[in-house]
Write a new protein. Sequence first.
Length: 253
Amino acid sequence: MNERQLKILQIISDEQKIEVGRLAEMIDVSQVTIRKDLAAMESHGLIKRQYGYALLNAQYNTQNRLFVHYSEKLDIARRAVELVEDGDNVMLESGSCCALLAEEIVRQRKNVTIITHSVFIANHIRPAANNQVILLGGSMLMEHMVTVGPLTSEAISRFYVNIFFTGTDGITPHGDFTADRLETANVMREMKSRARKTVVLTDSSKFSRQGMVSLFPVKDVYAVYTDSKCPQSVIDMFNENGVLVNTGSKEEE
């Protein structure tokens, strides 16, 4: 996608549903141009058009979510890959930041074993030359393209890794990371239990919302990699709980 289409996708994601005419005004292009962009994006399954409106197609689709706050997520992944060394064993949850991190691992590292329950990530980084990918079995959540359930839990229990990288769907005022679905939350907690360190990768928009299911408290996390828009109050909470915070700002370098 070009830069304008990325901006369009971000607006649609923020608004959930938006009139095509209003979208054209916000982007400052003609309705003819905006309709061409929307047609191209719809052909790739990113958005849907309904009666003069545009809306995001399948909000849980990882491929679609990659393009929401894409530049921030890519920057997060490129910073987080510095935590991974050649020969490491890591677990990856199914979030879009984790998918981009997997790309960076395959591009920059060798002999890394990536263990994931995300069918999307396993397929996205193939052939993963010079690295190994282990896809955890289990029942498929088709919309999310992840495995869950007792078989997944059994598979997770067979491994120990250096780092578990995970996203989050939100955070509570009291300092608990959250998820939107119980099935995926269970898998994330189990993956965390098999890792020496847990690192949360998320763009800062997630800090303005709260998911339905509690994951784990902030104090149980080694580090959070996010962007420079992270609220200072959230950074302070992380610091108070001994969590390393990486926003990519020069002050941290």
